[in-house]
Write a protein that binds this ligand. Structure first.
Ligand code: UT7
Length: 332
């Protein structure tokens, strides 16, 4: 029987208009452009300023862009998975809200939370539905309003994160392209270094939790940095080796955008020159589950059918992984 694979057939995105640059940040906390550029590599990030809007605002924007670009009607969609750590509310799922906002009514939809690896996990999950042959058009969207959980009095975390959304369309293909292989991992012991202390069932919101600033991101930068550098590179190299891919075979690395030094280290371990590494951290910062689709969206005009692309992530959980895909279309 011919093998059905899941192929990305379109990419959409939505970025909030407001730009928070390092100059403005340095008026909020004791920091400066030089420190942020040298230690992290971020110049500016986008922030949702629209009152009352959450992640579904940018998520719906990205999905609408995707539907338009791929000339798809909302009723053609079978499934939508939204990767996010900043859902509009605890329930219902932000995926349900996005579907409602864009008019997707014949599908099922749910959220997936895997920290900064959310989009990678969601892409892996969605690809398995497509491979059954029963799902013809599936959307995977990463949507985040990280500014809703960033503590803008904590100089160690507030420069890192930004808001935004990217979405891809997945469809079945019987050609030699699409999602070829993947390695996904998690280690819950890493949670002590990166989490949100309150607001979940273990520690519900109270005056005390608000006063203690426990609804913001808690991160111990160095242990997260160390684990990110080794784990993201390890799985990427393992994926290359087990598929006999050399650095010459790889057209692009799309790495999670958390820190320029982590991106550089991963590219180096894989033996890739910098020209093959997608980087947009300077403009958008770390948009958590939106980073990978935003890279694909920005690079889409340059991607060619058959290009070998490695997507690699590391994030809260800890969660990490890599996906090898062969790009499925030429834009023009
Ligand atoms: O996407 C989820 C996964 N997250 C990540 O991958 C993040 C991984 N971690 C990192 O990217 C880095 O650890 C950070 C960017 C968070 C921090 O960089 P670092 O090089 O590990 O800095 P550090 O925390 O060791 O701090 C070094 C110094 C400290 O000062 P002292 O104690 O040496 O005097 C900090 O207080 O830098 C100081 N510092 C700052 N200075 C100016 C910390 N933040 C700032 C700041 N501006 N914004």
């Amino acid at each position: 029987m011919t093998k059905i694979r899941a192929a990305i057939t379109g990419v959409g995105a939505y970025l909030p208009e407001y730009i928070l640059n390092n100059e403005e940040l340095s008026r909020m906390v004791d920091t400066n452009d030089e420190w942020i550029m040298t230690r992290i590599g971020i110049k500016e990030r986008r922030i949702i300023k629209e009152p009352g809007e959450g992640s579904s605002f940018v998520g719906a924007g990205a999905v609408l862009d995707l539907l338009k670009k791929t000339n798809t009607k909302p009723e053609e969609i079978d499934l939508l998975i939204c990767a996010t750590v900043t859902p509009d509310m605890q329930f219902p799922a932000t995926a349900n809200i996005i579907c409602d906002k864009v008019g997707i009514r014949n599908a099922f939809s749910y959220d997936l939370n895997a920290g900064c690896s959310g989009f990678l996990y969601a892409l892996a999950t969605a690809s398995k539905f497509v491979e059954t042959g029963n799902y013809k058009k599936v959307i995977v969207v990463g949507a985040e309003k990280m500014s809703s959980i960033v503590d803008y009095t904590d100089r160690a975390t507030c420069p890192i994160f930004g808001d935004g959304s990217g979405a891809v369309m997945l469809e079945p293909t019987v050609e030699e392209d699409g999602i070829m292989d993947m390695i996904l991992r998690s280690d819950g012991a890493g949670r002590i270094h990166l989490h949100q202390k309150a607001g979940g069932s273990a520690r519900p919101a109270s005056h005390e939790t608000v006063d203690a600033r426990e609804h913001f991101i808690y991160q111990e930068g160095q242990p997260v940095f160390k684990a990110a550098v080794s784990n993201m590179a390890d799985v990427s190299v393992e994926l290359m080796e087990r598929n006999n891919l050399t650095s010459d075979d790889i057209a692009w690395l799309a790495p999670h955008q958390a820190n320029m030094r982590i991106i550089d280290a991963t590219g180096k371990r894989m033996g890739l020159p910098k020209e093959k590494v997608m980087i947009n951290i300077e403009k958008y910062g770390n948009t958590t589950a939106a980073t990978l689709p935003l890279l694909l969206w920005e690079w889409e005009p340059q991607l060619k059918k058959g290009d070998n692309i490695i997507l690699a992530t590391f994030g809260a959980g800890f969660t990490w992984g890599a996906i090898w895909l062969k790009w499925s279309y030429n834009k023009n």
